[in-house]
Design a binder for this molecule. Structure first.
Ligand SMILES: Cc1ncc(C[n+]2csc(CCOP(=O)(O)OP(=O)(O)O)c2C)c(N)n1
Ligand SMILES: [Mg+2]
Length: 386
């Protein structure tokens, strides 16, 4: 039994898969969600995206990496070695399954729970951990909160802390792709809470009117810190909001990586081929705390979280791999060890780096700086020396 799994996880609920509605009205059947992997690990041939063995294994590695990274980073935070962390336990399929369906030139606009997507795009682990430690190896040059990474080479945008900000930014990038006649699409992640922000509605309306190539992926993990999703919306699903903007909306089982992959793949293809945007709602659950600063037992019944743990997306995907004859305990143990060693190596490398030089806070805005900034820099340097 892997360390991240629990004995109570071996039973999952069954829901029927259905073909997502692509009607021009964008109508969404409620109460159901797209699903591919059945409880026994077999796949529904009607919805199966048919991933190859290497692609399936890569997807599983991405999810396991995110799971183990969360575990290790929360421990580092408790030891005072990083300042802050936001885990994504339970959402690995919705995060990694989505990014896996995008092409290398596409743009990824993150919320703040997607280190797994940055790593999947090729971000070096050490760079990511340097960002968590805000040291001189931080690609964001120490100018962001910890856990607000950026991976420029992977077209992975810097994280915006204010909820919802990234959604119109993504619609704007997609508009730029359309103006340039590029074949690149945009994937934007956001939470259920973000659907209550004006930014969500502005972006969806813009996307509908201008038919921009954007995949809007709402990770409905059912909580916005302490606020349940029922307080965010009066509609039965979040996907059905798409209809108001003339977009298709699809609800996906967010604990099923193949379902998320299939839905995102299809939405990205539509985007690339000029059919505009799609709103996807991945139904998940925030099994862990909102962040390292949160204690969910103060506002929710943890039995609910335990029930969702029973639908662990990693366990479900592993069953699929096993059913295909592609996986066994030996491979699992080897992969866990490899990832664990990679993280240990990256942490050691990151901890050996000096802090961010104070000068970093005064560069990249003005060519020469103003007199006030020059005075502040001199003062900051003298404080740093002390
Ligand atoms: C505009 C704004 N309001 C409030 C906050 C504080 N805040 C940070 S995360 C968060 C909850 C967001 O919930 P959701 O969109 O569901 O994403 P999740 O954290 O569940 O992934 C809130 C209220 C913020 N960062 N920005
Ligand atoms: Mg949420």
């Amino acid at each position: 039994m892997p360390r991240w799994a629990r004995p109570d996880i071996l039973k999952t609920e069954t829901t029927d898969a259905f073909a997502p509605s692509r009607s021009s009205e964008g109508r969404v059947p409620t109460g159901e969600s797209l699903r591919v992997i059945r409880d026994d690990g077999s796949v529904d041939l009607a919805t199966d995206p048919g991933l190859s063995r290497p692609d399936s294994e890569r997807l599983y590695r991405g999810m396991l990496l995110e799971r183990i990274l969360d575990d290790r980073m929360l421990a580092l935070q408790r030891q005072g070695r990083i300042g802050f962390y936001g885990p994504s336990v339970g959402q690995e399929a919705a995060i990694v399954g989505a990014v896996a369906a995008m092409e290398a030139g596409d743009w990824i606009v993150p919320q703040y729970r997607e280190p797994g997507a940055a790593l999947y795009r090729g971000m070096p682990l050490t760079d990511l951990i340097c960002q968590f430690m805000t040291n001189s190896g931080d690609p964001a040059k120490g100018r962001q909160m910890p856990c607000h990474y950026v991976y420029r080479k992977g077209n992975y945008l810097s994280i915006s802390s204010p909820v919802g900000t990234q959604i119109p930014q993504a619609a704007g990038i997609a508009w730029a792709m359309k103006l340039r006649k590029a074949k690149d699409a945009v994937l934007v992640y956001f939470g259920d809470g973000a659907t209550s922000t004006p930014d969500f509605h502005v972006a969806m309306n813009f996307a509908g009117v201008f038919r921009v190539p954007c995949v809007f992926l709402c990770n409905n993990n059912q909580w916005a810190i302490s606020l349940p999703v029922a307080r965010q919306t009066a509609t039965e699903t979040l996907a059905e909001k798409a209809g108001a903007y003339g977009l298709p909306g699809v609800r996906v089982d967010g604990m099923d990586a193949l379902a998320v992959y299939a839905a995102v793949r299809r939405a990205a293809t539509d985007a690339r081929e000029g059919r505009g945007s799609t709103l996807l709602e991945a139904l998940t659950y925030r099994i862990g705390p909102h962040s390292s600063s949160d204690d969910p037992s103060r506002y929710r019944d943890e039995k609910e979280a335990a029930a969702w743990r029973a639908r662990d997306p990693l366990v479900r995907f592993r069953r699929y791999l096993e059913k295909k004859g592609w996986w066994d305990d030996g491979r699992e143990a080897a992969l866990e060890k490899e990832i664990g060693d990679d993280i240990t190596g990256a942490v050691a490398e990151a901890e050996a780096k000096p802090p961010v030089p104070v000068d970093s806070f005064f560069t990249d805005v003005y060519s020469d700086g103003t007199w006030a900034l020059r005075e502040e820099l001199a003062e900051a340097r003298s404080v740093a020396r002390r």
